[in-house]
Design a protein around this ligand. Structure first.
Ligand SMILES: Nc1ncnc2c1ncn2[C@@H]1O[C@H](COP(=O)(O)OP(=O)(O)O)[C@@H](O)[C@H]1O
Ligand SMILES: [Mg+2]
Length: 236
């Protein structure tokens, strides 16, 4: 447990639906170590996003315990969970969620401003993160001037600029073509290797699966298989 990033015990998640409840996660048990490159894989509606949201402290369990980066989320306040996200976690979404009036640089800089990093260090870290994702020539562009792949690379830079321990990515390739999907997966494999950043993907994209080193199959709110991949097809 020394390098445990996520530990989940007997997690149940119910949503109220029209006077009744819908059970989106049914007794989920899961443990993830630092540096893992893991996918939550399953059909639409199987509970992938719900599980990511619970891990990110964005949604709370109905039953069970969730420990993320040594913090038992049930025993933390809203502000403590926000601080955990701001300092130690990065988020990547299908729809990029970039601020349209900000440039690439300014979008990537935001997490560092929230973490009160001083301007010189901010500049260096933002430039480095943008270089990692290969967008140094677009540093002053706004999202409307970028392709989908470039937007997602900006979102990756924003997710990792503060060097988080854990990155959560919900269907990051869903809006991208094959070439761009492979490109962003290669970037994340490299970050995982060089910075030991742990990644958890929610996906049903076959292209992503070739890069994963662990595949957790979800169906109808349950883990039905947990598979270690010693030699991913792509990504070494
Ligand atoms: N806020 C909510 N209220 C009611 N039902 C929800 C809510 N969020 C998700 N669900 C339901 O929980 C199930 C799992 O959803 P989700 O985690 O989004 O699945 P996935 O990401 O695998 O497509 C779905 O049946 C969905 O309709
Ligand atoms: Mg989803």
């Amino acid at each position: 447990m020394g390098n445990s990033v996520v530990t989940i015990n007997n997690l149940v998640k119910r949503f109220p639906v029209g006077g009744d409840f819908f059970t989106a996660l049914k007794n989920v048990n899961l443990s993830l170590e630092k540096g893992e490159f893991t996918g939550l894989v399953g059909p639409s509606g199987s509970g992938k996003t719900t599980l990511l949201n619970v891990i990110g402290g964005l949604d709370s369990p109905s039953e069970g315990s969730v420990t993320v980066l040594k913090k038992s989320l049930g025993e933390t306040s809203h502000n403590e969970r926000a601080e955990l996200r701001r300092k130690n976690m990065g988020f990547i979404f299908q729809s990029y969620n970039l601020l349209p009036v900000y440039t690439v640089f300014e979008n990537v800089e935001l997490p560092l401003i929230l973490n009160k990093v001083d301007p010189q260090e901010r500049y260096n870290k933002v430039a480095q993160a943008i270089e990692w994702v290969g967008l140094s020539d677009k540093i002053n562009s706004r999202p409307a001037m970028l392709s989908g792949g470039e937007c997602q690379r900006t979102a990756i830079a924003r997710a990792i600029v503060h060097e988080p321990t854990l990155v959560l990515a919900d269907e990051p390739t869903a809006n991208l073509d094959a070439e761009n999907s492979h490109h962003i997966m290669k970037i994340m494999v490299k970050l995982n290797k060089e910075l030991s950043t742990s990644f958890i993907f929610a996906t049903h994209d076959e292209k992503i699966m070739d890069y994963l080193r662990r595949i957790i199959h979800l169906d109808d709110g349950q883990i039905i298989n947990d598979e270690q991949i010693d030699r991913p097809k792509s990504g070494s």
